[in-house]
Design a protein around this ligand. Structure first.
Ligand SMILES: *[C@@H]1O[C@H](CO)[C@@H](O)[C@H](O)[C@H]1NC(C)=O
Length: 342
């Protein structure tokens, strides 16, 4: 079991941190047809699905839920060339409700999508600092660099500027530090530094009255994921309490949420997102904004692991949970992205 878990962790590192495509595809759940599809034919079929009274949403879902980022970009290009209209605009007027919300995010590539989610969270009608924090604190340093570039190109303003404006206090400091640093993404850790950081965090939190938030911001924003995971393990081993418990005891609100997101994603991103999904569907009603955001943004990254972690923790398939919380073409779409049960 231990070696198996160790193996899984190493595997996660090599994918998340080095971004090796071959690994990433294995963790993704997107399924595309075995035969190469023609973007032009897809554009024509979509156009046909839009035409007439009412839109053939089933057709739209059956095409777009099974095309990867490169194919979706080509389809949009073909559609624009043939019909002198943006596919996104047409989708926006043909679809409605949660299906529309999900599809309008899905058609982009992962980094552009993240930039759009961030912009909406930081400047929409409803400011959603949780969503913004989730995106920022769960992405790798190189992903964040790309997102920042796209954010500026697309919205004409810097991500830093919007964070500065909407967030405050320790959360603001942490987010700005987190996106401002180019952290190492590999699996190597310096064990002396790990021990020192664990001690530093203990002294800054549990050992003293009050909290030295600056120490938490400093270590959580500067260290690599592999390093933080090692710090958490060393902390637990040396001081008895888990680092996660210490963070919960010493901080609160969105600052706490940001630190926990960084920590949990360093240790096991699949488990982190399984938890977010569970929370979004728990109790009466569903938080569809969160459900859509997580399913759509993780399908091409690590949905396979999220499903496995979800099943392990909540003793039922994630698909079943999503199935019971959604309906219609919206349901078909999310389930198509998530792939079959294993
Ligand atoms: C849904 O989740 C978001 C986090 O993305 C949160 O900000 C929002 O308050 C939640 N909405 C409801 C109705 O609970």
């Amino acid at each position: 079991m231990a070696t198996k878990r160790g193996g899984l962790k190493l595997y996660l590192f090599s994918c998340f941190l080095c971004g090796i495509d071959f690994c990433r595809r294995k963790m993704a759940t997107l399924s595309v047809p075995p035969v190469l599809t023609s973007p032009r034919q897809d554009a024509i079929d979509l156009y046909k699905a839009f035409k007439g009274l009412g839109c053939d949403s089933a057709k739209v879902v059956s095409i777009l839920a099974h095309r990867d980022a490169a194919q979706r970009a080509l389809i949009q290009q073909e559609y624009r060339a043939m019909y002198s209209q943006e596919l996104a605009d047409r989708l926006s007027s043909e679809l409605s409700g949660n299906l529309k919300k999900a599809m309008l995010l899905w058609i982009h590539d992962p980094a552009t999508r993240d930039a759009i989610v961030l912009r909406q969270a930081l400047s929409g009608d409803v400011i959603d600092l949780r969503a913004a924090t989730e995106i920022i604190c769960s992405r790798t340093p190189s992903q964040i660099q790309t997102i920042k570039q796209i954010y500026h190109a697309r919205f004409g303003t810097y991500l830093e500027h919007d964070i500065n404006y909407q967030a405050s206090g320790d959360l603001q400091k942490l987010l700005l530090a987190y996106i401002g640093r180019l952290r190492y993404e590999g699996p190597e850790v310096d064990h002396n530094m790990v021990t020192n950081d664990a001690k530093h965090l203990y002294k800054a939190g549990e050992k003293r009255l009050g909290t030295d938030e600056h120490a938490f911001i400093h270590i959580f924003s500067e260290r690599s994921s592999a390093h933080l995971a090692a710090v958490a393990s060393s902390y637990h081993h040396t001081y008895g309490n888990s680092l996660e418990k210490a963070v919960k005891g010493e901080t609160s609100g969105n600052f706490e949420f940001a630190l926990l997101t960084i920590l949990r994603c360093a240790e096991n991103p699949g488990k982190y997102f399984a938890k977010v999904l569970h929370k979004s569907m728990k109790g009466l009603g569903t938080n569809d904004t969160t459900l859509i955001r997580v399913v759509v943004t993780r399908t091409e990254i690590d949905m396979q692991y999220i499903k496995a972690e979800y099943h392990r923790k909540y003793h039922k398939p994630l698909r079943d949970a999503v199935h019971s919380e959604t309906s219609g073409h919206y349901r078909t779409f999310l389930l198509s992205l998530m792939g079959p049960n294993h």
